[in-house]
Design a protein around this ligand. Structure first.
Ligand code: NAD
Length: 422
């Protein structure tokens, strides 16, 4: 199939290379010329585990290319995925401007198309958004929904760091539309990935599946962090507790690891957006507000522990990305931790295998080390924020004061050790 994808970020580009790998012809569209050039030159503009190799393969095989020409990409495809960002507004609600801009561009393009076109919203959008594109596209193109084009919602569940695997082998694919033909075509596209395609009766339902999933996962993390903070005070190992808790099949073993809080581009933003949506209807989402508040405080616990130990002048921060396998630093707990240390007048030496370039834009004046060893060697105190594999080397930390937010140090001999939750 000929597929166009608008937005070449973590979702759009990963989806693009995976569709291309399955033999589709994919045209990726972005407004940023630099990203487009990089992709066409076989370089991934973002870091995601496994992406550089796969991108190189599909560009070389001629199955994927990038362009800034949205109109041409849409005209030359049967199906267009919208994967642009939906960042938070001041009030927490989702900013849908990029979605509407993409929809207007699609409308303009399909004006001159004679065949049926499917428009799929893949970005995370608040309930009702996908439906609201129908009149925009109808008015902009003069075409009729259900006849000349169909609109569907297809939320994305990939996790950064393992995004390629998640896309290639999804637990399920959720699609929602009132248009039968759009659902049929989407099902064809996803058949090579899974048989488990869950068809929702409306796009709104599919939109709500995505928000509910992220809100529940965020709730699990804040729950386990709260239990971890309590366990710490009680002198109980929360990691041992959760291992046994997770064996209950009603609960499951995932997302039960206490740590410095969730970050990334999705959980904080999507929980905020759901709260804002509830507000619109005069509904107070108390549980979700508390989930965010528990999460907001968690990085400060790490700094408080360091203060209790006596802050040292040179402090190494290991891990800047919000999780391993990505260079994404959006809402990473490393940011409030570094801010607090700078307020205290401390010298921060940061290291992350992938996320330093992004972090330099926020903290241009801290020191960046070339390796974990160099960062630790230059510091008297270490705060482990992200659980990259290369930090799981106990011998790195001998003779140092360590705040371990991820429970990665096993042999604590000759380390002045403090776990965040244990
Ligand atoms: P991103 O910010 O990494 O990428 C968005 C891209 O869209 C950027 O490259 C931007 O230049 C481009 N863009 C914006 N407007 C455009 C336009 N009019 N035409 C063409 N390109 C345009 O975002 P992302 O992380 O890929 O997320 C995209 C959406 O998917 C969001 O709604 C997000 O919530 C959702 N989502 C993200 C993840 C994740 O892990 N990152 C997972 C699931 C869902």
């Amino acid at each position: 199939m000929n597929i166009s994808i608008i937005g070449t970020g973590y979702v759009g580009l990963v989806a693009g290379v995976c569709f291309a790998k399955k033999g589709n012809n994919v045209l990726c569209v972005d407004v940023i010329q630099e990203k487009v050039d990089k992709i066409n030159n076989r370089f991934a503009p973002i870091y995601e585990h496994g992406l550089p190799e796969l991108l190189k393969q599909v560009v070389e095989s001629g199955h994927l290319s990038a362009t800034t020409d949205l109109k041409n990409a849409v005209i030359n495809s049967q199906i267009t995925f919208i994967a642009v960002g939906t960042p938070p507004r001041e009030d927490g609600s989702a900013n849908l401007d990029y979605i509407y801009e993409a929809a207007r561009g699609i409308a303009e393009a399909i004006k001159s198309k004679n065949s049926y076109h499917v428009v799929v919203v893949k970005s995370t959008v608040s309930p009702g958004t996908t439906r609201s594109l129908i009149p925009i596209i109808e008015q902009g193109s003069g075409k009729k929904h259900g006849v000349d084009f169909g609109v569907a919602m297809n939320p994305e569940f990939l996790k950064e760091g393992v995004a390629i695997d998640d896309f290639m082998y999804p637990d399920r694919v959720v699609v929602g539309s009132t248009d039968k033909k759009a659902l049929e075509i989407l099902t064809e596209v996803y058949k090579p990935f899974t048989q488990n395609i869950v068809k929702m009766s409306t796009p709104d339902t599919a939109e709500m599946v995505k928000y509910s999933s992220n809100a529940l996962l965020a709730t699990k993390i804040s729950f386990v962090n709260e239990i971890g903070d309590l366990c710490k005070r009680l002198g109980i190992d929360v990691y041992e507790v959760m291992k046994a808790v997770g064996m209950d099949h009603r609960i499951g073993p995932h997302f039960l690891e206490a740590g410095p809080g969730f970050g990334g581009s999705c959980f904080p933003k999507d929980v905020h957006a759901l709260i804002a949506k509830a507000n619109e209807f005069g509904f107070d989402a108390k549980l979700l507000k508390t989930v965010l508040e528990v999460n907001r405080l968690q990085p400060y616990y790490a700094v408080n522990l360091a203060k209790k130990k006596g802050l040292r002048q040179n402090i190494a921060i290991l891990g800047l990305a919000f999780k391993p396998g990505t260079d994404d630093i959006r809402d990473t707990p490393a940011i409030p931790i570094i801010e607090e240390l700078l307020k205290e007048g401390k010298h921060v030496i940061a290291y992350d295998p992938e996320a330093m370039e992004n972090t330099k834009k926020i903290f241009p004046n801290i020191e960046y080390a070339k390796s974990a060893k160099e960062a630790v060697d230059k510091a008297e105190m270490v705060i482990i924020v992200t659980h990259w594999d290369e930090f799981k080397n106990d011998s790195l930390y001998r003779g140092k004061v360590v705040i371990d937010c991820r429970d990665i140090i096993k042999d604590k001999s000759n380390i002045d050790y403090e776990g965040l939750c244990w």
